[in-house]
Design a protein around this ligand. Sequence first.
Ligand SMILES: [Zn+2]
Length: 288
Amino acid sequence: MNHNYLFLIFSLCFGMSSINLAQNFSDVKMIIHPVSKNVSYIEGRGGNIGVIHGEDGVLLIDDQYAPLTEKIIDAIGTLSSKPIKFIINTHMHPDHTGGNENFGRRGALIVGHENVRSQMRIAGYNQTPPFVTFSKDINFHINDENVHVFKVPNSHTNNDSFIKFSNANVIHTGDVFRSESYPYIDTNNGGSFIGTIKVYELLIELCDKNTKIIPGHGKQTNVETVKLAITMLNEIKSRIMSMIEEGKNLDEILSSDVTEDYDKRWDSGRRIGGPDGMLTAAYNELVK
Ligand SMILES: [Zn+2]
């Protein structure tokens, strides 16, 4: 099969999935979940959008897909009439950065870690990358809040940041942490299973019992859910290590019941957030 033919097939598949996605967006509803006095998150389709609003304007964390921009703006309009000044990208994925172009055109400054920008280019994404990048961390002083954005070690991807609202005691974790499914490890873009466990440990250190966690996907939660998740990941890690020692290969691990007792709580039933991707990432790192 020559390359042109492959490209044609790829284009057809990709084009069709884009059309399907576009049709489905009309049904998407934006749900605003209040988190604290002037911090909320918006659930629509794609990653949870963090919002802080007040006299200085609006700052958003992530912006979902491009066809949802008007719905997002309408939802924010119910919270504030001030302009959307800043958008922070937690990481590169299109369900978090798809609105960058639309919001950028409306005058928002799009900010992200430098790896968001470089990895989007490496991966061939057509989303607009952040205009302003940072190498380690950056602070926004807005609406009487200190919004601290800092890169975490490779975990979901190689370009994940956490965002901490110091006064409100809120942390947006991007997709490193999902409150209702297994972590999705994007190994094509530098993600790491071991790194995910390390970043969960870091997240626990950053939290006290009152810290409100906005996950990349799933409902708002607190440090107890992270503790539950890290226990699960460490247990699965040790089970996989034992199976590797017994000489089991990846196929045998995937067809085993290694996650069975955790699936009810954590299996999303989908490719992303299901156990297979996580097990594959874990096996490939642990077998070395
Ligand atoms: Zn993601």
